[in-house]
Design a protein around this ligand. Sequence first.
Ligand code: PGA
Length: 240
Amino acid sequence: MESKVVVANHKMNLTVREISDYLKKISKINNKNVIICPTSIYAPYFLQNGYSVGLQNISYKEKGAYTGEISPVQASSMGISYAIVGHSERRELFDEKDYEVHAKVINALDNNMGVILCVGETDEEKDMLRTEYILKKEIRNALKDIKKEDECKIMIAYEPIWSIGSGKLPKNKEIEEIVVYIKEVLKKLGLSNIRILYGGSVNEKNIKELKKLKGIDGFLVGGSSLDPDKFLKIVEVAVK
Ligand code: PGA
């Protein structure tokens, strides 16, 4: 079975001492298919140890008086190669709108960064059968006017919001149907070369089953990426 991409999203977790322990424990990992998105201040530790690194968010500005922001120009000048854009926590807790997600995607791509674009429906949206509508809206708004040559730099992470951190997952068949749908939406945008990841309660126990998913090129892992032993197990199964 082909090798998958594994993206770790540490969110706002771990202290510097824990990071040092983490690095020791994951030192067996030596694969460009693993991307670590630590809390941004820890990025240099992972870069120094040879990992592909992503930020969990990126500014849509290039430089200037924007306190607290990090621009893709700065990130790529350090060797950071990816940015997660539009994670549901940023959309929900920081009220990030589709037009901001779009501006961030464009800014990252224009400045040599890869983009991990997160899309997904809430519990209520799923119950109201609005999943496809939400996915179409989020993808179209985020990827409008994307240059064809940039599509290889984009990954879409399908993350049902109700699955994030909850231990609940869609059935494999449901995820596969969503992948087909996402590909249709992309095709209508003239895009056919974008990788699709699954995210939401991926762990060391379910990774074997999830690896069988058709059309899924990799995984975005939150909670289970914080424990180096669990993360190692996930990588061992997914990346081969
Ligand atoms: P989870 O988070 O693996 O803890 O569900 C995934 C994410 O938020 O990207």
